[in-house]
Design a protein around this ligand. Structure first.
Ligand code: ATR
Length: 288
């Protein structure tokens, strides 16, 4: 991949970036710089490695230097909530922020992970959650963001299946506060059998490094589609099994792309060119 930045950097260049630890592997700089280049915006997006104990100092310093917008990744998404001037209702409810915008009073926080997931469902699968049954595998931060977003989007039933059932129970209790009476049902992975959801979503890390699926898919009786939020490898054993069963599938590249699209719009008020961003993501992944 070319390292040349097509923007002529000058005294007016606006700076954006991502804070993480580690962060050098991030695909976000390639994705957002492609969007700035396609739009001809005088802006640049860089990766800032920030140790957990330096997060407050980094956010204060970057605000003082008028950095315009930030993404946050592991391990900062929850800790950053304590450093915000204001925060979206979704980010507060999810308990995590992944996008910050500099405003006169300080950092404004949003969570675009759930939005990214919804946009991916809509644009990659042409699938709408209202009135449908969805089973999530996992009970970590990704399940929290996706579960909250699906409840707000009007699912009729949300199942949470996790290796450690107590974590699913705890997440279900938290999400129930935003469910408006919609059933949120925690369970162990083996209890997923026979649930017959319209959509199954894997948010666990199983299938990322190992050649395994988090559970046997066939007994679950999924009716329509399976999404795995893993994007490397692009086709996990779970997705391969879903294809074999004739289900529609999507991997996590769409969620990564559209959380970036939503963050870009949050920072700039401009809808970015998703095609240029997707091409940059794919080139970045191919170069790994
Ligand atoms: P994230 O914030 O990305 O969602 P996380 O909080 O580390 O990540 O959550 C990882 C999820 O993957 C959890 O649901 C975890 O299950 P446990 O709560 O039982 O730990 C799940 N997970 C990780 N390794 C797993 C494995 N080998 N088998 C089944 N589930 C696994």
């Amino acid at each position: 991949m070319s390292r040349a930045h097509p923007i002529a950097i000058d005294g007016h260049t606006r700076v954006y970036g991502i804070l993480g630890h580690p962060v050098r592997h991030s695909l976000s700089p390639a994705m957002h710089n492609a969007a700035f280049a396609a739009l001809g915006t005088n802006a640049v997006y860089v990766a800032f490695p920030v140790a957990p104990e330096r997060l407050g100092a980094a956010l204060d310093g970057l605000a003082a230097a008028e950095v315009a917008g930030l993404n946050l990744t592991v391990p900062h998404k929850t800790a950053a909530l304590a450093h915000l001037a204001r925060c979206s209702e979704a980010a507060r409810a999810i308990g995590a922020v992944n996008a910050l915008r500099l405003e006169p009073e300080g950092w404004a926080g949003a969570n675009t992970d759930g939005q990214g997931f919804l946009l991916s469902l809509e644009r990659d699968l042409d699938w709408a959650p209202a009135g449908r049954r969805v089973l999530l595998l996992g009970a970590g931060g990704s399940a929290r963001a996706i579960g909250y977003t699906l409840l707000r989007a009007g699912v009729a039933w949300l199942g949470l299946a996790n290796r450690t059932p107590a974590r699913a129970e705890s997440l279900a209790a938290d999400l129930a506060a935003h469910a408006g009476g919609t059933p949120v049902v925690p369970m162990g992975l083996e209890a997923a059998a026979g649930r017959a959801p319209d959509l199954l979503v894997n948010t666990t890390t199983v299938g990322m490094g190992d050649d395994r699926a988090p559970l046997a898919l066939e007994p679950v009786g999924v009716r329509e589609a399976v999404v795995d939020i893993i994007y490397a490898p692009p086709r996990t054993p779970l997705l391969a099994e879903a294809e074999r069963l004739g289900l529609r599938t999507a991997n996590g590249l769409g969620m990564l792309l559209y959380q970036g699209v939503a963050a870009f719009a949050f920072w700039t008020g401009v809808e970015p060119p998703a095609g240029a961003m997707q091409a940059a993501l794919e080139a970045g992944l191919a170069g790994r």
